[in-house]
Design a protein around this ligand. Structure first.
Ligand SMILES: [Zn+2]
Length: 180
């Protein structure tokens, strides 16, 4: 399949003005839905994506410095704000994202698992932010463990800028093999 994506790799340059990000520069990352799945694009702080493109969410982060210990750093605070933006998730895709983000943040110890309960036929997981004790109730989407794990891995790659898109993993979770 021909790749018509003409923009530089995410994290390298602004998707609007093509300005190449300096190490450590503040950038605004947006997550979009596309026919192929989710895509991430990065912008200068002052550049905004066109209105007609629907962004699921955005978070502010920094272009990693080469000296950083890990090649791809997980920006915990930025991802936490992204998670909080999805508090009122009103679509199936957003609810899936929100749950997977909660799992990622839990693994990074940015959220603490409290308990799960069944409410009106839905499984609801309760998390707490350790320092502030803020509580978050997150509905578990109708995905099996493998689907959740695969979505989580790919989403983490996307959030850190390690991979370019999610290849429609949400709609076809079993069709794409993830290369380890
Ligand atoms: Zn720009």
């Amino acid at each position: 399949m021909g790749n018509e994506w003409e923009m530089p790799r995410r994290g390298e340059a602004c998707a609007i003005c093509q300005h190449t990000f300096e190490p450590g520069e503040a950038i605004q990352a947006y997550l979009f839905e596309s026919p192929r799945g989710y895509e991430r694009r990065d912008y200068c702080v002052n550049c905004r994506p066109p209105d007609e493109v629907f962004a699921i969410g955005s978070w502010q982060t920094h272009r990693p410095r080469p000296a950083a210990k890990k090649l791809y750093s997980f920006d915990r605070e930025a991802i936490q704000r992204f998670f909080e933006q999805l508090e009122d998730a009103d679509t199936r895709e957003k609810r899936q994202l929100r749950f997977v983000l909660a799992l990622l943040l839990w693994r990074k110890k940015a959220l603490k698992f409290d308990r799960s309960e069944t409410d009106d036929g839905r499984e609801v997981w309760h998390f707490v932010v350790p320092r502030s004790e803020t509580a978050h109730a997150v509905v578990r989407p109708d995905l099996n463990e493998d689907q959740l794990e695969q979505l989580g891995e790919q989403l983490e790659g996307l959030l850190t800028g390690e991979v370019d898109d999610l290849n429609a993993v949400v709609s076809n979770p079993n069709e794409d093999q993830v290369d380890a």
